[in-house]
Design a protein. Structure first.
Length: 359
């Protein structure tokens, strides 16, 4: 063992070469139908943020994806509901492949698609792209959380809305990445409820940046961005307290205005806003709908964690024991509850939305 070996990669087990983004994309190329759906979804979210479209956008779906069969069944149901509610709501399916962890745990479908600690990331990326393509070909826009800064090179062309999570809103890496994403980006407030991380993230992402990354051919590259003008705030509660109430919304509006930013707010009905109790999400949404009905104009979207079946489950050693259509991460409301929540939301806000105009 020479001195160079001792000084470099001393804790690396091995390197496995990952196919380049262009190769993965070549295996599951963008179709015309998928391209149209992604483009329409992005344009609709941008129009909502710019106030030329008075509707709300709703990011709704499983906390994380682990079973593409169940999630595709969910996507078909959501697609059918999207047409019915389109006069008031733009439905965007939540498709989360990567899960941040406070300590340890399953890191998501891309990292470990077989849920057996085999970490077949190459296969996870292939399957994730195939799933997103299938969703887009239904005519349904998709949303995801950008956690790994390399993943957007593989999947970004199939995404219509991106979230930066509470743990990464302060990250320079994620702010730089967001400045180059082709989607609108929602920055969540910090886990302690602080709004500054999200506000500074929005400001930073709106500026041009230069940073190291990879290009579509997998080559290490200096990426130079133009800046993303469609950053906005996502309120998810923090430090065990909700921040979706009218006072918290007003404070967020004031903070955004003080920073010279548009008062565009998305409310996450899950996480600390529902005390991580999925059955409380309908109460959060009803409160938010009431605020819009009563004249609030800053709330432009909501997020809901929802699956075919309610609650969540631990990952068993025997994967055949997994309950179909039930989350393996945060708890979700079931499909029947989701339908009722969305129909109630549309009915409550439809008249108020007709009066929304660009400032």
């Amino acid at each position: 063992m020479n001195s160079e070996t001792l000084l470099e990669d001393s804790r690396i087990e091995n390197f496995s070469v990952m196919p380049a983004p262009a190769d993965i994309k070549g295996e599951a190329p963008m179709s015309e139908a998928a391209s149209a759906a992604v483009r329409a979804g992005r344009e609709a979210v941008r129009a909502i943020l710019e106030r030329s479209d008075p509707r709300l956008f709703v990011v709704v779906g499983p906390c994380s994806m682990h079973d593409p069969v169940a999630c595709m069944e969910y996507a078909r149901r959501l697609r059918a509901l999207a047409d019915e509610l389109s006069p008031s709501l733009l439905l965007v399916m939540r498709v989360y492949f990567e899960k941040p962890r406070t300590a340890v745990g399953w890191k998501g479908y891309i990292n470990d698609p077989f849920m057996d600690d085999s970490f077949q990331i190459e296969e996870g990326m292939r399957r994730a792209r195939r799933f997103l393509l299938d969703v887009a070909e239904l005519g349904l826009p998709a949303a995801t959380e950008a956690l790994d800064p390399i993943s957007p090179q593989y999947l970004g062309d199939l995404i219509s809305w991106t979230a930066i999570g509470a743990r990464t809103s302060e990250s320079q890496t994620h702010r730089e990445m967001s400045s180059g994403l082709s989607t609108p980006v929602g920055f969540k407030n910090a886990t302690d409820g602080d709004l500054d991380a999200a506000i500074n993230g929005i400001i930073s992402a709106s500026r041009p940046h230069s940073f190291l990354g990879i290009n579509r051919y997998g080559r290490s590259s200096i990426i130079r961005t133009r800046g993303n003008p469609h950053g906005h705030m996502v309120l998810r509660g923090g430090a065990g307290r909700p921040n979706y109430d009218s006072v918290s919304i007003a404070l967020a509006e004031q903070a955004l205005t003080k920073a010279g930013l548009p008062a565009n707010i998305v409310v996450d009905c899950s996480h600390a806003n529902s005390f991580k109790k999925p059955e409380m999400q309908p109460l959060v949404l009803a409160d938010v709908a009431g605020q819009i009905r009563d004249g609030n104009r800053s709330i432009v979207g909501v997020m809901i964690e929802s699956h075919l079946n309610a609650g969540n489950q631990s990952i068993p050693k025997d994967l055949s024991q997994l309950k179909y259509g039930c989350s393996v991460t945060d708890g979700c409301v079931d499909w029947a509850t989701t339908e009722q929540m969305l129909r109630d939301l549309a009915a409550t806000v439809s008249d108020a939305l007709k009066h929304r105009v660009a400032a």
